[in-house]
Design a protein around this ligand. Sequence first.
Ligand SMILES: NC(=O)c1ccc[n+]([C@@H]2O[C@H](COP(=O)([O-])OP(=O)(O)OC[C@H]3O[C@@H](n4cnc5c(N)ncnc54)[C@H](OP(=O)(O)O)[C@@H]3O)[C@@H](O)[C@H]2O)c1
Length: 227
Amino acid sequence: MVVLLKRPFTFILSEMTLDGKLTSKKGGSSKLIMEYMDEASKKFLHEQRASSDAIMVGCNTIKIDDSSLTVRYAEGKNPLRVIPCSLADIPLDSNVLEGDAPTIIATSERAPGENIDAIKERNAEVIVCGRDKVDLKLLMDKLFKRGIERLMVEGGPTLLWNLLKNRLVDEIKIIHIPFIVGGRDAPSLVGGEGIKSLNESIWVELKDTKMVGRDLVTEYDVVYEKR
Ligand SMILES: NC(=O)c1ccc[n+]([C@@H]2O[C@H](COP(=O)([O-])OP(=O)(O)OC[C@H]3O[C@@H](n4cnc5c(N)ncnc54)[C@H](OP(=O)(O)O)[C@@H]3O)[C@@H](O)[C@H]2O)c1
């Protein structure tokens, strides 16, 4: 029997340098480059958060950036924070475990019980979905069933690759910070194992460009196949 999974409308929003990097060096926090965003594009980012029912980042971003994922530069409510983390091993003093917004840690059957219990004691919810890794399709279905209709994903590159590979993304919005950082190992927008041949390329269609303060913002529909 085929089970049809439903999911929220899902968009990626990332801030990126002119040379496509999400941060200035491997293992470095994106907060370093975010400091150079125009005030207007910071507001835009936070408006996008406020327009979403939930916001997702990968657990390595939490470990490196210690993101809060709250709405601070705009009016509006904090979205539900959703962190896929296969071993439920995010630091217990992470900002996403502070009570200023609800948080779900999505984990796998491999997660040690003591990690799960410790997170629950920090007032976050834990959802087990997936055997070895978080099953992103199943997670989307669970989020949709609890009323999440609009999901914003802020990165990082490993999570973005896995979402795109599974065709779980509808739209991509990029805030282009007008400088270049270079560096062989600095993470770019999408990571993971990447495509094996060009016929697996994931196609997008540009649908809008605008200046937000000094920063260019581009918006794409993810169409997957070449049209
Ligand atoms: N400029 C920006 O907009 C921006 C935004 C966010 C992040 N960043 C930067 O990106 C970097 C971190 O990116 P990253 O690629 O290392 O990590 P990431 O994408 O934030 O997190 C990846 C981790 O999520 C966990 N995960 C659980 N289930 C998964 C699944 N099904 N698919 C994918 N991941 C899953 C995995 O860890 P487990 O195996 O432990 O579960 C995986 O290693 C940092 O330098 C950060 O500053 C930049």
